[in-house]
Design a protein around this ligand. Structure first.
Ligand code: BTN
Length: 256
């Protein structure tokens, strides 16, 4: 059971988390966020959270596994006006925020484009961001955060055991989900202000936390597999990847 009041009392942000919608069980917090947006029933900063996400979505139609009551699965709804050039930076901001949260517990993860958070090549967290536009204007963005927190190795399905880790495994301690949520949302609040002030600071910070600058990367984009050299991030948050000697641009955010 997640106690939303416990999250709220530790929040310092004006908007983010002012409304928290909690479900003991849910297919996907991101899908629920879009359902609420479809019926115009969610303000900017609304947080959707569950103890037991049973059909979590990952990037490229992958699923996101989370262990009931052990993993953190939350979605944050953004509806405030933001310059269209900055929208692509939001998934990158979300990744930085998870790193900043984890650093508070003395673990040192790095980022893998677009938004995997890894410790020694094992995935501890991921971010799934989607945006919806009407007439060239952004209508809403849903930022889904998934983080492995109190899972032990045996909690992960066989195929994930060698490539996943959790905050509990890394620190040897139990971590309260409400506390982690409040810290994460407070950090996001600060970065939201930063994003509106300076895209360059965000890009520089993301690059400093990226574990594969100028290295080979393989990734899937729109059902096609690409291999190239990761060269950096442009001012709209898109990845610059050199493929067979030519620089190509790939967006970090998905349109819904
Ligand atoms: C990825 O690594 O592919 C992204 C994983 C994102 C998972 C989170 S968990 C909360 C939110 N709800 C979802 O269905 N997915 C995101």
């Amino acid at each position: 059971m997640i106690y939303t009041q416990l999250i709220k009392t530790n929040l310092s942000s004006q908007y983010f988390g002012k409304q928290i919608i909690y479900y003991p069980e849910l297919e996907s917090t991101n899908e629920m966020a879009w359902e609420l947006l479809n019926i115009d029933n969610a303000d900017h900063g609304t947080l959707i959270i569950t103890d037991n996400q049973i059909k979590g979505k990952g990037r490229n139609n992958n699923s996101w596994f989370s262990s009931p009551n052990k993993g953190l699965t939350i979605s944050l709804i953004l509806k405030q006006e933001i310059h269209s050039d900055k929208v692509g930076l939001i998934p990158l901001v979300a990744g930085i925020c998870i790193i900043k949260l984890l650093e508070k517990f003395s673990v040192s993860p790095h980022l893998k484009w677009p938004n995997d958070i890894l410790i020694d090549e094992k995935k501890i967290a991921g971010v799934l961001c989607k945006s919806r536009w009407t007439k060239k204007k952004i209508r809403a963005i849903v930022v889904g955060f998934g983080m492995n927190v109190n899972e032990t190795k045996n909690d992960f399905p066989n195929k994930l055991r060698s490539c996943a880790t959790s905050l509990g495994i890394e620190t040897g301690n139990y971590h309260q989900l409400e506390n982690l949520t409040a810290i994460l949302i407070n950090i996001f609040g600060k970065y939201w202000v930063k994003l509106n002030e300076s895209s360059q600071e965000i890009i520089t910070e993301w690059i400093s936390l990226c574990g594969h600058l100028n290295q080979k990367v393989s990734f899937n984009y729109l059902n096609t597999q690409y291999d190239g050299i990761f060269k950096g991030i442009d001012n709209k948050g898109q990845a610059i990847i050199s493929i067979k000697g030519n620089d190509k641009i790939f967006p970090s955010i998905i349109l819904n």
